[in-house]
Design a protein. Structure first.
Length: 327
């Protein structure tokens, strides 16, 4: 795969990839690895934010925490989907939202914090929403690709040595179990808005000492309970077309197909699910012609795939944050 952008040059792409490897790395550390000054990295970072919709935020890893994670499809009355999607985007438990199917379908991910929150959404609010005609819920069972594994890594913009030099070093904290304590909430509230918040900023928000903040951050990141992710407009990389793929395989082929999907350049996320399909994947490509080529080629040739339905996104309402940053 190659990135061809009319907006970004090679250094922009290298900075973006570095942030995906380690979103909290200082500009000086990124500059040292990339061979440029920290001021240059800072300028490119601001440009990516302004022109590419870049945001760096902390994300709770539902899989590592043993929490529910769902993908839902809502069929809506025509003209009602955007308003419903906007309302869903304001909920803190929704992680991404897109409009598909001519604007009558909403597809979104949700990570309920508790069984009560899950039931409130799935059994309460959505069924009582009058302009929602149909609900399909897919519980995520296993992640093949995505989450802490970023899609940009598939472009190999950075060398293996550069990636190794940028990766966070957590030390012995990596042995701690993945869990989030109630006293972590003020810390995470800041990081979920700005994953690059400084230690003094986190100290002021939490009332903890700076050394205590550093230790707790190291434990959260090292255990996998929380990771730092980046969002951006894929069209600035020359990949404006994205689609959710609903894939049905034979039970014996499920894991093999999922692992194969994880290795495909086009796949930004893939997971095994309970529900009408047993794999959900997100493909990001240059055009509808490339989507067809992928469906009829690499995906279509996988042994064990029995059925595929593609839902191209018309609009992304929410990626990691909402409202979307100004372009």
């Amino acid at each position: 795969m190659r990135m061809e952008s009319d907006t970004l040059d090679e250094l922009d792409l290298r900075v973006l990839d570095a942030l995906e490897v380690n979103g909290r790395a200082s500009f000086s550390r990124i500059g040292a690895v990339l061979g440029v000054s920290d001021q240059t990295v800072a300028r490119r970072y601001r440009r990516l934010c302004a022109e590419g919709g870049l945001r760096v935020v902390a994300v709770r890893d539902a899989q590592r925490l043993g929490q529910d994670h769902w993908t839902l499809r809502l069929r809506c009355v025509p003209d009602s989907a955007p308003a419903i999607a906007d309302a869903l985007a304001k909920r803190p438990d929704t992680s991404w939202i897109g409009l598909a199917a001519g604007g009558t379908e909403i597809i979104f991910g949700t990570r309920p914090r508790s069984a009560g929150d899950r039931d409130d959404l799935l059994l309460g609010k959505l069924p009582r929403t009058p302009r929602v005609l149909e609900i399909h819920a897919h519980q995520i069972l296993h992640r093949f690709y995505g989450g802490p594994s970023g899609w940009l890594r598939k472009f190999a913009v950075l060398s293996d040595d550069e990636v190794a030099a940028l990766r966070p070093r957590h030390g012995p904290a990596a042995r701690e179990p993945a869990r989030i304590e109630p006293e972590d909430e003020p810390l995470l509230a800041v990081l979920e808005r700005d994953g690059r918040a400084t230690h003094p900023e986190l100290q002021r928000a939490t009332g903890r000492s700076e050394s205590a903040v550093k230790r707790r951050l190291a434990a959260l990141f090292a255990s996998g309970a929380v990771y730092v992710d980046v969002e951006y407009h894929s069209e600035i990389l020359g990949y404006p077309t994205a689609a959710v793929l609903w894939i049905t395989t034979s039970p014996a082929a499920l894991h093999r197909v999922g692992q194969a999907l994880a290795a495909h350049d086009e796949i930004a996320h893939a997971a095994a699910t309970a529900g009408p399909s047993n794999i959900i994947a997100t493909a990001v490509v240059r055009s509808t012609a490339d989507l067809y080529a992928y469906l009829s080629g690499p995906l279509g040739r996988l042994e064990g795939v029995q059925h595929v339905e593609a839902s191209p996104f018309l609009r992304r309402i929410k990626q990691l944050t909402y409202p979307s940053p100004a372009r």
